[in-house]
Design a protein. Structure first.
Length: 435
């Protein structure tokens, strides 16, 4: 985790003290279930909670023990015994390290998902607000970076809203898929521990029992979780790139907020750069990169190996922390985005009406021209306009082949900007509902 791109609430999920607290809770809840089943004394389970529930675990001490044992869970259990005393012998009965590690990881991933869902809600709220603000603000739609046909800026933001709505749904599903608990013993057979212990721990930790584990919870669940984060990051980048393009000097239809005292360049005092959007592009690349090791972690040897462990120690915190930061930055960017309708109109008018070419093509075919001829008539009048050699409407009115089919009034009718926006309300209802 890089402090520059880390928010405290997400970071706290991955701190050692949090991890050890979750480990303790798993062990203590398991002890409760074991006591109810008569496997360990009930007083022992009570003592475990009483001695360690409010304890602050000594991370340095656990690290010291691990340097000798070369085993993180044993190091923790040894330290826990120092806190609990003799009753600690009843901790971890019939369990294996992965029961603690995997269940803990899934608790952390679900907590991280809850924060990320909240982040997405903030992004969605910002997009919705600005989309309705500019629902009918005309701007040019581009394909291949070239002027195509008119859209509205509200529609651009509505596209993003719909995409992030899908992202939220995927993340909710990924959270559900990863929210499982395994307390099944050495190779997942429950030979040394009753399945009812797993059921009790799962309920206490807000998880579902894993239907079948080996010594580990199947990693296809985690692969889907991190892949989902990667797809969300791709959506972040798509919107960030749109803003970067719109802020180019030659376009300048929208611009990141530039605060008083902010500097754009160490060399050029005039610069106002899309640094937030560029930052989001870079962070998105990193979140996607974390998805690949998660997918490679699915293939483990037999009932278990630990090739996944080292990767997960990095990708768990890094992917969630990075995406959390990116989503909150994106929400703020959209909230403060500077939007320039006058520049949008200027760019719309830049090609002298060429953006209405399809309307002319259709009008000619409806008046009897073949599609091939209609296309030829419209295109031959469009090409000079690209070269700055005339006005599209004027040229069309002088074209004898066009005039065979369309009067001046009918030609002028095809240049109505509002025609392109007659279904904006329909699209908004599809995206946002009836609100």
């Amino acid at each position: 985790m890089i402090p520059r791109y880390t928010r405290p609430e997400m970071a706290s999920i991955w701190e050692p003290q949090t991890r050890f607290k979750i480990w303790f809770e798993i062990e203590a809840h398991a002890a409760d279930a074991q006591a109810e089943l008569g496997v360990i004394p009930k007083e022992a389970a009570k003592t475990i909670w009483a001695k360690a529930k409010h304890a602050t675990f000594d991370v340095a001490r656990i690290d010291e023990i691990e340097r000798e044992t070369k085993h993180d869970v044993i190091a923790f259990l040894t330290h826990l015994a120092e806190i609990v005393g003799p009753e600690a012998r009843f901790v971890h009965q019939g369990m294996t390290s992965s029961d603690v590690l995997d269940t803990c990881l899934n608790v952390q991933l679900t907590r991280a998902a809850d924060l990320l869902i909240s982040d997405l809600d903030k992004v969605l709220a910002a997009l919705k607000k600005r989309a309705f603000e500019h629902k009918m603000t005309p701007t040019i739609g581009r394909s291949h970076g070239i002027h195509a046909e008119p859209v509205t800026f509200g529609l651009k933001l509505a596209y993003a809203y719909a995409e992030f709505s899908r992202a939220r749904e995927r993340l909710v599903a990924a959270r559900k898929e990863v929210a499982t608990c395994a307390i099944s013993g050495a190779v997942g057979t429950f030979a040394q521990i009753d399945p009812r212990v797993e059921e009790h721990v799962a309920k206490a930790m807000g998880l579902e029992p894993e239907p079948i584990s080996t010594q580990v919870i199947p990693r296809d669940r985690h692969a889907m979780y991190f892949a989902t984060l990667g797809v969300i990051a791709s959506s972040v980048e798509r919107l960030a790139i749109e803003i970067r393009h719109l802020q180019r000097t030659e376009v300048l239809e929208a611009e990141e907020f530039f605060s008083e005292g902010q500097k754009g360049s160490s060399a050029m005092p005039h610069k106002r750069n899309p640094v937030l959007s560029e930052n989001l592009t870079g962070l998105s690349r990193m979140v996607r990169a974390y998805a690949m090791p998660a997918m490679e972690n699915v293939a483990l040897w037999h009932e278990r190996d630990i090739s996944h462990s080292s990767a997960e120690r990095m990708i768990g915190p890094d992917a969630t922390v990075t995406l959390d930061f990116a989503l909150m930055r994106l929400a703020g960017l959209i909230e403060k985005l500077l939007i320039y309708p006058a520049n949008m109109q200027k760019n719309l008018d830049r090609l002298g009406g060429l953006v209405h070419s399809q309307r002319l093509l259709i009008a000619l075919t409806q008046k009897g021209a073949s599609r091939e001829d209609a296309y030829k008539y419209v295109q031959r009048n469009a090409m000079p306009v690209w070269r700055g050699e005339g006005d599209f409407q004027t040229l069309l009115k002088k074209d004898p082949d066009v005039k065979k089919h369309l009067s001046d009034a009918e030609i002028e009718e095809q240049f109505d900007l509002g025609y392109h926006f007659k279904h904006v309300d329909t699209i908004f209802k599809r995206v946002f509902g009836e609100s």
